[in-house]
Design a protein around this ligand. Structure first.
Ligand code: SF4
Length: 170
């Protein structure tokens, strides 16, 4: 497996189209991601269409995800490579949005994305160079405000702030 490449921290050229990373808890139900193209940017590696979105860096107190600049699918080798850490401690994953199968989705909106924008501070002032923007549920719903907060979102947080917990858990 080749080493994942970290995206350069530069402003991405995007046209508006549109998750702290407690990855969404899921209910075994139907998927109401109607067009089947939107992606959850705070996914679990076993979700359909899962790929590595970025690598977790920063500090225990202030995580910072570095986004990959190439598509890296989830494989058993990739998941095994993070041992003894869990894959979600090392990587952030994106996967197909599960729509109504996800407890954060109310049939119209991802409430996790809403809370992130309402509760967490922006941590960057330019759009991260993220490869999934055109398909990202958070961006589609919340626009740039989601992206400005997105790099602090990690699936495993060991010293979550009070804001982080409110955003993640509602
Ligand atoms: S940076 Fe923006 S487009 Fe990329 S995953 Fe985060 S919210 Fe979605």
């Amino acid at each position: 497996m080749s080493e994942p490449q970290i995206a350069e921290p530069k402003t991405a050229e995007v046209k508006p189209a549109g998750e702290i990373a407690s990855a969404p808890a899921r209910k075994p139900a139907q998927n109401n991601n109607e067009d089947q193209t939107l992606m959850c940017p705070s996914a679990q590696p076993d979700m359909a269409g899962s790929r590595v979105l970025g690598v977790v860096g920063g500090t225990m107190e202030a995580a910072q995800v570095a986004y990959l600049n190439e598509s890296l699918p989830v494989t058993s080798e990739l998941l095994a490579s993070t041992a003894p850490l869990k894959p979600t401690e090392v990587f952030r994953f994106a996967a197909r949005c599960e729509g109504k199968a996800c407890r954060h989705f109310d049939g119209a909106n991802c409430n996790l994305a809403t809370r992130i924008v309402q509760i967490l501070p922006a941590v960057v002032d330019t759009l991260p160079a993220c490869l999934i923007r055109q398909a990202c549920r958070w961006y589609q719903q919340e626009g740039r405000a989601a992206c400005m907060r997105c790099p602090q979102v990690v699936t495993e947080s060991f010293q979550p702030s009070e804001e982080f917990l409110r955003a993640a858990l509602g």
